[in-house]
Design a protein around this ligand. Structure first.
Ligand code: ADP
Ligand code: ASP
Ligand code: MG
Length: 428
């Protein structure tokens, strides 16, 4: 008998029928003799709809109230799921994040888990109940307020519960059969991975692959939680995310484990680019600019500085950041224009970022060459480039991103013979 944590995403519990289907899956796991703890997301696109609603009544909703509002989505699905399980003759008990002991810092909208005290969950398990926990939410002890963990945060709830309860596995169910070499909504020929390393998954998640939330992958790596990403719509085995030293539960003994050089291609349309034009090319200017940027709270990703024109002694500095951070950052920079001495500011929110990720890049050369050749053959212009040890990213026109991803995916020989199935969801 094992302890299994299962997380069901919004598309898996989008309506009453889906909730009953998920309830049956949970009951089947219980029938097989396992203890089951479930983290559940809000139904379908509920969180997005609540967010839209909030912005209809207030341009900038108060963070505390926004968390109160958004956390209600998961309360609905957890209670319905428990009811559906009852009607199948099994004992189930639902808990809010705060009842489940999900203790966070006080950072509304992006709270970090600081402690998990699942006393009530253990009691319920000991009494033979199936435990259902509202994902994405926690509680801060100092403010005594409800917090949320950031979009996609139910994944983190599940992993944190798995760590605290020492579960055997954390199964993350969504609308695709596992982790693919790229988003199957964009690349139907994406190939399902048997397993992926935590470090590769972190890079994929950080660069747009929302199939797993980056903080959940981080948490799992730190606490040694085995993640199995799979679909709630099929019985297909999914993808294991393996931290260093973890054994692939599916690997046959002694099988040679030659890893592919490239694990996957991630795409991201959520970033914008700001260019500071005509910056005096003297020491200290980059420091001044990025001090202002960081004060505005923006999370900068790529930075490029051009060679200065000899005739003017001025240069341009471009950087990318989340679209939502751009207006505030532009305002902050504009306010300091004469102080810093730059000429102009450009804002571009039509960019797309394509990233190629693979641990094999450490030991193999020629990976970037394939990327640049594929983009060149496709007539696609590159605007920025950045690299890490195991990733190469390029910024392109947003309109070119899907086509570029398909071309690059083929160029690395990642295309599968069969089309991937996206079972449900709106991709929102
Ligand atoms: P849930 O609502 O269950 O949390 P998400 O919508 O957050 O599910 O994540 C699943 C989606 O992630 C898929 O529908 C797919 O479009 C997207 N996705 C992006 N990159 C990948 C990838 N590499 N492999 C699988 N899915 C991916
Ligand atoms: N419901 C939340 C969201 O849509 C959390 C989650 O689904 O993981 O972001
Ligand atoms: Mg998700």
């Amino acid at each position: 008998m094992a302890l299994i944590v299962q997380k069901y995403g919004g598309s898996s519990v989008a309506d009453a029928e889906s909730i009953k289907r998920v309830a049956k899956r949970i009951v089947d796991t219980r029938r097989a003799g396992h203890d089951v703890v479930v983290a559940v997301s809000a139904m379908g696109d509920t969180t997005d709809e609540l967010l839209d609603l909030a912005h209809e009544v207030a341009p900038i909703p108060a963070p505390r109230e926004l968390d109160m509002l958004l956390s209600s989505g998961e309360r609905i699905s957890m209670a319905l799921l428990a009811m559906a399980i009852h009607s199948m003759g099994f004992e189930a008990r639902s808990f809010t994040g705060s009842q489940a002991g999900m203790i966070t810092d006080s950072h509304h909208g992006k709270a970090r888990i600081v402690d998990v005290t699942p006393v009530r969950l253990r009691e319920a398990l000991d009494e033979g109940a199936i435990v259902i926990v509202a994902g994405f939410q926690g509680f801060n002890r100092d403010t005594r307020d409800i917090t949320t963990l950031g979009r996609g945060g139910s994944d983190t709830t599940a992993v944190a519960l798995a760590a605290a309860l020492k579960a055997d596995v954390c199964e993350i169910y969504s609308d695709v059969d596992g982790i693919y070499t790229s988003d199957p909504r964009i690349i139907p020929r994406a190939r399902k991975l048997d397993h992926v390393s935590s470090e590769e998954m972190l890079e994929l998640a950080a660069n747009g692959a929302k199939v797993l939330y980056i903080r959940a992958v981080e948490y799992a790596r730190r606490h040694g939680v085995l993640i199995h990403a799979r679909s709630s719509f099929s019985s297909a085995e999914g993808t294991y995310v393996l931290a260093e030293g973890m054994k692939n539960p599916r690997a046959s003994e002694g099988a040679a484990m030659e890893e592919p050089i490239v694990a996957g291609v991630a795409t991201d349309l959520s970033q914008a680019k700001i260019t500071v034009v005509g910056v005096p090319d003297v020491p200290g200017k980059a420091a001044e600019i990025f001090k202002i940027v960081s004060k505005s709270g923006a999370n900068v990703d790529m930075i490029v500085q051009n060679v200065s024109a000899a005739s003017t002694g001025r240069t341009d500095i471009s950087f990318t950041l989340p679209k939502a951070d751009a207006p505030g950052t532009i305002k902050a920079l504009a306010a300091e224009q004469s102080e810093v001495g730059f000429e102009n500011l450009l804002h571009d929110d039509q960019i797309g970022k394509l990233s190629v990720v693979g641990a094999g890049m450490r030991t193999h050369s020629g990976v970037s060459e394939i990327l640049f050749e594929a983009l060149s053959a496709g007539g696609i212009n590159i605007e920025m480039i950045s690299t890490s040890e195991i990733r190469i990213s390029v910024v392109l026109r947003g309109d070119d991103l899907a086509e570029a991803a398909r071309t690059v995916h083929s160029a690395y020989g990642l295309d599968s013979e069969i089309e991937a199935v996206v079972h449900a969801g709106t991709g929102r």
